[in-house]
Design a protein around this ligand. Structure first.
Ligand code: FAD
Length: 281
């Protein structure tokens, strides 16, 4: 059963230019009536969008949202991270999404002073105590670089033990992968909320690209249906809304503590799903 009490959070990315900034503001304003608990802003690995993340956080705070920057440790020094934490504290930020991140290709030699997200979480706690509510990433279908699912789960548990408050998952389309992961995490003593990350479906080639990069599986039946629509974007959107709404219904019915939407800076698909779920105010 869905209800208007389902906690929602929304993820945006930093705009690159004025037109993209206007799109972000429009999307965020259109999502305001969903009353998200918080919105988050991604952080490009390797330093490319550090300023962009901060600016987008300020913009979203200005629109009245509790805005959480993503923070990655790959390629970063402790000193740089310390400075950034200070800036975020001064900006009134109380929530972070702490990640290892990925190095852009061609930056093989600059891994950074902290190796894993676990180390970043411990560093943030050491530097700032309980100031920040820390979210970390979880991978129901296993992180693509993990040696095996058990080892990956063990590393997730370490990340939580280092001081994370909650987790957001990579997106997936098979709810059983999520429920299985949550069960295994609970068996290992993790009690914190594990919120499913939800990717709306609006563009098949983009979804394929993202999924290849992050290791999310698009089930065969969904791939074949999407491929069958060819360039018919309206049918892709309709089918996508149906699939994602059904997924969310199953997640909520199965006890998911909330939904975290990857908005891709567009409100339409997220709003459609939330309207159908009855979680839009
Ligand atoms: P970690 O938890 O450090 O894990 C990375 C890998 O190392 C895993 O395979 C894990 O099993 C392994 N590992 C962990 N600890 C150890 C250990 N002690 N010994 C050996 N192996 C270990 N990327 C960005 O660049 N910017 C973003 O804004 C961003 N936002 C994201 C938001 C969400 C909700 C999610 C799910 C992902 C996001 N990512 C982002 C992608 C993320 O940075 C990548 O998936 C990255 O490859 C792993 O980051 P992590 O924090 O999960 O790493």
């Amino acid at each position: 059963m869905t209800s208007s009490s389902t906690a929602l959070s929304l993820e945006f990315f930093p705009p690159r230019d004025t037109a993209a900034q206007e799109r972000l503001v429009r999307a965020a304003e259109q999502c305001a009536s969903l009353s998200p608990t918080y919105v988050s802003v991604t952080f490009g690995a390797g330093g490319s969008t550090r300023e962009g993340t901060l600016q987008a956080v300020r913009l979203l705070q200005g629109l009245g949202f509790d805005a959480a920057p993503h923070l990655s440790c790959v390629g970063a020094t402790r000193e740089h991270l310390r400075d950034l934490l200070t800036v975020y504290r001064e900006q009134g930020v109380r929530r972070l999404v702490a990640l290892r991140g990925d190095l852009p290709s061609g930056m093989g030699g600059v891994a950074g002073e902290l190796r894993y997200a676990r180390d970043l979480v411990a560093f943030v706690r050491q530097e700032t105590g309980d100031w920040f509510h820390i979210e970390v990433a979880a991978y129901p279908e296993t992180h693509p670089q993990a040696t095996n699912p058990e080892a990956d789960l063990g590393h997730f548990v370490e990340k939580m033990q280092a001081g994370a408050n909650a987790a957001i998952t990579q997106y997936f389309f098979n709810p059983d992968a999520y429920f299985d992961f949550v069960e295994r995490a609970r068996a290992r003593g993790v009690t914190a909320p594990i919120v499913p990350g939800v990717m709306p479906i609006t563009n098949y080639s983009q979804l394929q690209r993202f999924s290849d990069m992050c290791g999310a599986e698009i089930p065969r039946w969904i791939r074949l249906r999407l491929a069958g629509f060819g360039d018919d974007r309206a049918s892709i959107r309709d089918f996508g809304a149906e699939v994602v709404t059904s997924l969310c219904e199953k997640l909520i019915a199965g006890g998911a503590p909330g939904l975290h939407f990857y908005t891709l800076n567009s409100a339409d698909a997220v709003r459609t799903v939330c309207d159908r779920l009855g979680v839009a105010k």
